[in-house]
Design a protein around this ligand. Structure first.
Ligand code: E4P
Length: 218
């Protein structure tokens, strides 16, 4: 399973990219609004940092024709921009056109296996089922990832599953086990993945032992 970072904050993106584990970035209107910057300018900054991986930029329009225009402008910013569209009939009409134009798409706000199947059949590059928001209303977000992964495997569908709305490290482990291709992860959760008390204790012990040696004292 690959890692995308779910943020529009350029410092977080730089930090995550420096770790060598980053395969892409996802943004959404709420994440961009927190930054108080021009969306297009921020996308240019992100594209200068993440030159290979996918960068999802979400359209705001709700009508297919407007989404297509908006998406074309966003896609012109950098070759690795992926257009994020909502899971609606108009969204899928736009996906079909973007596919014909060779523009990658990420269908967002997926909450059922049927929505994922529809998006895949329309030609989506990625589908984004939202784990955390399903868990919030007492549904099983991880079961949805498993269903979608099973359906895509049975039918040989190449659309990749992005586990989105990730809230904590166990979401990551479980999403990987259930067959998500990618997890898009907030910076805070990404950094939590590094932590284990035995790692900290181990480093302390190695250093303490080293300092007892002749070389450690030198
Ligand atoms: C990613 O593509 C989604 O926009 C994001 O993961 C949503 O997360 P949230 O439910 O924490 O807002």
């Amino acid at each position: 399973m690959k890692f995308f970072i779910d943020t529009a904050n350029i410092d977080e993106i730089r930090e995550a990219n420096a770790l060598g584990i980053l395969d892409g970035v996802t943004t959404n209107p709420s994440l961009v609004a927190k930054e108080n910057v021009s969306f297009h300018d921020r996308l240019r900054e992100i594209a200068a940092e993440v030159t290979q991986g996918s960068i999802s930029a979400e359209v705001i329009s709700l009508k297919a024709e407007e989404m297509i225009e908006e998406g074309k402008q966003l896609a012109a910013i950098a070759p690795n921009i992926t257009i994020k569209v909502p899971m609606t009939p108009d969204g899928l009409k736009a996906v079909k056109v973007f596919k014909e134009l060779g523009i990658k798409t990420n269908v967002t706000l997926i909450f059922s296996a049927n929505q994922a199947l529809l998006a895949a059949r329309a030609g989506a590059t990625y589908v984004s089922p939202f784990l955390g928001r399903l868990d919030d209303i007492g549904h099983d977000g991880l079961a949805l990832i498993e269903q979608i992964a099973d359906i895509f495997a049975i039918h040989g569908i190449e659309t990749e599953i992005i586990a989105a709305s990730i809230r904590h490290p166990m979401h990551i482990t479980e999403a990987a086990l259930k067959g998500a291709h990618i997890a898009t992860v907030p910076y805070k959760v990404l950094m939590q993945l590094f932590n284990h008390p035995l790692t900290d204790i181990g480093i302390e012990k190695f250093l303490a032992d080293w300092n007892k040696t002749k070389e450690g004292k030198a």
